[in-house]
Design a protein. Sequence first.
Length: 552
Amino acid sequence: MDIRQDLKDLFGLENVDYRVNLSKEELFHEAIANDRGRTRPDGPDDDQKAFPTKLGIDGPLVYYTDPTCTGRPTADTFAVAHPEIEESVWWKADFKKFDPAKFDGLLERVVAHLNAKGGHMYVKDVYCGNDPSYAVPYRFVGEYATHAMFAHNMFPKGIEGVEDEEGKRWTLLNVPSFHCDPERDGTFSQRVAVADYKRRVALVLGRADYCGLVKKTMFTVMNYQLPAMGHMSMHCSANIGKRGDGAILFGLSGTGKTTLSADPDRLLIGDDEHAWTDNGVSNLEDGCYAKLIDLNKEAEPVIAAALSMPGTIIENVPPLPGKRMEDTDPQDLDLTDSSVTENTRFSYPLSANPNVAEGAMGPAPETIVLLTADAFGVLPPVSILTSKEVMYHFVQGFTSKLAGTEVGITEPKAAFSSCFGAPFMARFPSVYAERLAEKMDKNDTRCILLNTGWGGGPHGVGKRISIGDTRALLNAALDGELHKEGAEYDVHPVFNLKMPKSCPGVDANILNPRNTWEDKAAYDVAAEKLRDMFRKNFESKGFAKLGIEPVM
């Protein structure tokens, strides 16, 4: 395989030196020596971006993004709107149309920029997906060694049995040194992240050096491709019990998706991105990209231990005052310091987890868990869902934001994200809901709605449902206790949800949330208020027109 010739044929790149498939150790040194760009507001474009800690090569790499891009730049995320795909893509504010002619001109200018600039770029060949039946070869080509190291951490390597690799390969060209001109290039700003589904090419340009773009760009690609192959692509965690029983957990940030899937009695398939095919459930990744802000090291011992592992990447955690990063033990870093961003991150290999399923694959799930954290305190701790209800709650993707977590939020606020990952879902929500219903029906999969939020009142009045009760409810669901023949249920009069009357190890009184409120009339008002939010979101998103049946 002649990568130089491949990239010349694909892009027209000629005057570039490629550093191809370097080891993580080599990339560690390259990043410290060569990755340069802006790290401070109004700072220069030649700051050092990557640093060692006191552990040197035996510890993590610490990396700083441009201060304007400490998370995914949603306003600057596009796909090329070719006529043959335009009707099948779910266009929205954080995934907009890019004019095909503008893309052609932009790509030409990026290539001309790189040819004129010369110098070197890093190439890392990986795959997206652990199952060779659908795995996509993914070639990262970029200016920063840190990003190549991140690709190595986060994606599978050496997947055997992938047919027509060259015909399936996606290539991401990552060029922070090219700043877009919105008027000329058709962008919204000087940066852009844009995927071309026809050519299997993606561009990440300008001040868009957040590591997550190397991952999420490909996840959005897979969310477009997998449904067309008859597979279900999912933003979820997944694990396997001792009986060989699979489970998947959908949930937005703060609902417990990662924590609840990390169970010492179950093997972890993965914590974020998966495919469900006729072969079962498989991880699209080979790594984890965890939030670090306010990390409780006792509650998250795997992440805490990995902070000191070689080959991992710590992103945007500030240095200690008056101390060089080179003199700092990574365990001493202040993980509560949000002065750079609330979205401090950490990339580490999946193998850092103690219990990983072989090949990051498992069987079709016996149980699906839709997680929500209801800060209004009105949803049942657990509900049994029919297939119609699964589709409804899946496309709604409800959780809530807490008072005080964002400026201007003084009471709980409803948050809806279709398919529990709307920004990354390239097709319409109904496509994924239908795939999910088909897979569940074929595999006789059961489903629950698990509320990890509040009871006895809203946030600030009531108490959060204990992790002990949540674990007991989850374990009962995984064991089939909540669905067994003869189990008794109440039906919630407002939400029309089926609530178990009992669960092993749980006080039956909390299973109907109305029982936990002193003021029953206040509960009824709060429940109807949340129900109306569900109905408003359902109507505003046009889910009925997409074939989703209203159940609330």
